[in-house]
Write a protein of this length. Structure first.
Length: 137
């Protein structure tokens, strides 16, 4: 199994390097999920932005390694006990999510996947949570 993991990591690293070169060639900045940072770590280009959605630890490690970061962990707008119950937050819990005191931390993103919302409840799900996030940031 370790050979499969090593091969995957090598191929994924090669993909990220090539894709990043294309993006940077056009004057754009790569933003990668924290999965990418967790997989290839310091081989990720230093001018990339790490989007932490799973783990404050991965974000802390990326910040410590000198990467700029944004986060959505703790800022999911979905209001029910859906599939990702560990990331579903009430608006009150948005105040509890830690914001890193680091100049490389660029901010946060609130995500609404639509699993538990529709035209009947979108306003009651989105606006209270976004107001808290705006106040907090």
């Amino acid at each position: 199994m370790s050979n499969v993991s090593e091969t995957y990591n090598k191929l994924y690293t090669l993909f990220e390097e090539r894709a990043s070169a294309i993006v940077n060639k056009h004057g754009k900045t790569v933003m990668s999920w924290d999965d990418v940072y967790a997989t290839i770590g310091p081989k990720l280009r230093k001018d990339s932005i790490v989007h932490a959605w799973r783990s404050p630890t991965i974000q802390a490690n990326a910040l410590a390694a000198g990467y700029r970061c944004v986060s959505s962990k703790g800022y999911y707008l979905t209001a029910g006990d859906g599939v990702d119950a560990d990331v579903v937050q009430s608006w009150e819990n948005f105040y509890d999510a830690a914001i890193p005191d680091n100049e490389l931390y660029l901010g946060a993103e609130a995500c609404e996947w639509g699993v538990d919302s529709d035209e009947n409840n979108a306003d009651s799900i989105i606006w209270p949570r976004l107001a808290v996030l705006a106040d907090k940031l």
